[in-house]
Design a protein around this ligand. Sequence first.
Ligand SMILES: C[S@@+](CC[C@H](N)C(=O)[O-])C[C@H]1O[C@@H](n2cnc3c(N)ncnc32)[C@H](O)[C@@H]1O
Length: 195
Amino acid sequence: MDCAAQAAELVAPYLDRPALKLLDVGCGGGHFYHCLVRRGLLADYYGLDYSPSLVRLAKAAFKKQGLDPQKIILGDVRDLRDFACDIALVVNTLSFNPDFRAPLDRLSQTGCSVMVIRDNFGAKTLVRYEIDGFLDQGFNHLKGYWNCWSVSEVSNFLSDYSFKVKYFIDRRTQGKVELVVGKPYHWSWLVAERK
Ligand SMILES: C[S@@+](CC[C@H](N)C(=O)[O-])C[C@H]1O[C@@H](n2cnc3c(N)ncnc32)[C@H](O)[C@@H]1O
């Protein structure tokens, strides 16, 4: 939970009005909403995920708690169109995409003034398309992306969209390498503020 806690701390200064619309990209089960509520942080929360089973879970959890399940959206951030928001959160999600550019381009088109991103950042971009190896029997031939992004490439990309980018060390991993299904991850945070 340290990761969600740090995400909440990083978005908190921008949640200065309750009606601000926050899009949680790669929301999984939508747990970040509850992390905000526990901290007394108010936002007009929307979750987006391209996994139908996770979206089903998140919608069911929202419904059970009397929240609007329509705020959990099934879709790929790369296809996001005609969606406006104030804050975009992209936690542990970009690395599993073929490139960071299309997701960040779509998010910048939402008009958001802030993006908070946790990902596998390093000195150089390294594209890895490999098997997971930890899936259920019969599925381990499936490949996916396990990418590492160059901090300067991502920062330069965002500054072309008029964002000023700040780097933050990851509190949970403290700048140390963490193995994610045996692959090296250097988790860190970027907070991009529209100039
Ligand atoms: C590792 S999980 C992280 C979930 C959550 N953000 C967290 O930190 O606990 C990555 C999530 O991103 C989703 N995802 C990855 N790429 C996506 C994309 N292009 N559009 C929408 N969802 C995506 C996956 O389905 C998955 O639920």
